[in-house]
Design a protein around this ligand. Structure first.
Ligand code: BG6
Length: 484
């Protein structure tokens, strides 16, 4: 049927994200009976057929294909455009009208901007000027990150796109919100009274959220060198995971109720002041080193197109506090970086120790209870407990109860998010106030970093970050739990 009849106008159609993630996701959505056609837009002057060859190649490289590929690629069209030139949009509109009537797409339009952020506002305004957004069906704007560079620029961008799209037509992508186990956080918390009843500062000692990567900057120097890990990962993915881990149960599991609760967390995250920045927020940059697979890799400053004296951070570790009733006094430690030992994203909830009791003295090797949410590469959950050591008199030993989702053939983040967008469900996209509050917090760090001249700590490629990131927890009598 015509269930999600849509023309998807994809800006940045020859880009890396489109090839690696979006086309494979669209293919799987096509196989799930979604009804759409795609107009790819980019600067290069290529034909529809050249474009279809790009799609085919992307599918060959990144997904499982069946013999329906030909039918699939027939739904792809190409339009060459310098996105800043208003005149060119007239032709885009004609093509859009044509594709729409050919495939019966009911003038429903999804504009997907997989572009450098400086184009977000001008493209939106040009869409309006050309009449592309005066369609009789629905319209949606999907926008990749980064949404601005700070609160001020994010505000300006937001105002520009709000001239054309209403808030409920805007889908700000944070692809971590499309990950299976990130979506699972709410279920694990709110469907299990045994966790939710102790999910607070009386029972939880600290929370550790890590997202480490083994890749370096790769070919993204021009973007990354003026962005850095704080804006690239902390402002969005890391703070979203903090919000989901810390939020109150929403009164209903509906889009705005869930977002309201996340916003409350973000509003409660303590701003960083110049006085407490030192030792609270660590920034690092990778140097030459050996990865666990034996490859010797370049330091950040030796990478192609990176400034020789670049001060861009490729690693951030931070200690955050959420100043509300539930979390008062519980540190949330976060860390993220490139060229680390493993590719892993994990949320570790460390529970408080059992009370000291002289009669328990023979309990040796007692470890804190840990609940670990494994986001990637494995998807699962583990719970660390203490038990009696088998056939010993009183000795104890740590044990782990584990659930691991071995069926990793499910939808990937982009497939889920695009499907949600087709369905008009914006729960797993960030609302403007979430973005604004995240920027406010990140801006407080940037400002304090600048004022205090906080050093950039070097860490060897293949390590888990600079020594200062270990000291961050050491000072509190804690340590990072090893990733699994
Ligand atoms: C992106 C960042 O948002 O997330 C990249 O821009 C980073 O720098 C990527 O590599 C990590 O995503 P994932 O899904 O591989 O953890």
């Amino acid at each position: 049927g015509n269930k999600q009849a849509t023309t998807l106008i994809l800006f940045g159609a020859t880009g890396d994200l489109a090839k690696r993630k979006l086309y494979p996701a669209l293919y799987r959505l096509y196989k799930k009976q979604n009804h759409f056609a795609v107009i790819g837009v980019a600067r290069r002057d290529i034909s529809h057929d050249d474009f279809r060859a790009i799609i085919q190649e992307s599918l060959e490289n990144y997904t499982h294909r069946d013999d329906d590929i030909q039918d699939f690629v027939q739904k792809f069209f190409y339009y060459a455009l310098d996105v800043k030139e208003t005149e060119g949009y007239t032709g885009l509109k004609s093509l859009c009208d044509h594709v729409d009537s050919e495939f019966g797409l009911k003038e429903n339009r999804m504009f997907y901007l997989s572009l450098a952020p400086e184009f977000f506002a001008p493209v939106t305004l040009n869409l309006q000027a050309s009449g592309l957004t005066d369609n009789s069906g629905w319209k949606k704007l999907v926008i990749e990150k980064p949404f601005g560079r700070d609160l001020k620029s994010a505000n300006e961008l937001n105002e520009a796109i709000h001239n054309v799209f209403k808030e409920d037509e805007i889908y700000r992508i944070d692809h971590y919100l499309g990950k299976e186990m990130v979506q699972n956080i709410q279920v694990i918390r709110f469907a299990n009274p045994i966790f939710e009843s102790i999910w607070n500062n009386r029972y939880i000692s600290n929370v550790q959220i890590t997202s480490s990567e083994t890749l370096g900057v790769g070919e993204r120097a021009s973007y990354y060198d003026h962005t850095g890990a704080l804006m690239d990962m902390v402002q969005n993915h890391m703070l979203q995971m903090v919000a989901l881990t810390a939020m109150e149960p929403p009164s209903r599991f509906e889009t705005e109720d869930i977002r309201d609760e996340k916003v409350k967390v973000l509003r409660s995250v303590r701003q960083i002041t110049t006085d407490d920045i030192a030792g609270h927020i660590i920034k690092g940059q990778y140097t030459r080193g050996t990865m666990p697979n034996g490859n010797v890799v370049k330091g950040y400053r030796e990478e192609d197109n990176i400034k020789e004296k670049s001060m861009t951070e490729t690693f951030v570790a931070a200690k955050l506090f959420i100043d509300n009733f539930r979390w008062a006094g519980v540190p949330f430690y976060i860390r993220t970086g490139k060229r680390m030992t493993v590719k892993s994203t994990e949320i570790v909830i460390q529970f408080k120790d059992a009370p000291q009791n002289p009669y328990f003295n023979n309990f040796n090797d007692i470890q804190p209870n840990l609940l670990v949410i494994h986001v990637q590469p494995d998807e699962g959950l583990s719970l660390k407990l203490n038990a009696k050591k088998f056939s010993s008199s009183g000795d104890t030993m740590p044990i782990t109860m584990e659930f691991s989702n071995s069926d990793l053939t499910g939808a990937d983040a982009y497939e889920r998010l695009i499907q949600d967008c087709l369905n008009g469900d914006s729960t797993n996209f960030t609302r403007w106030d979430e973005v604004a509050l995240s920027w406010e917090f990140v801006d407080s760090i940037t400002k304090a970093w600048n004022e205090k001249n906080i050093p950039l700590d070097r860490y060897e490629s293949g390590s888990m970050g600079p020594a200062s990131a270990y000291e961050l927890l050491d000072k509190d009598g804690l340590h990072w739990w090893p990733l699994t």
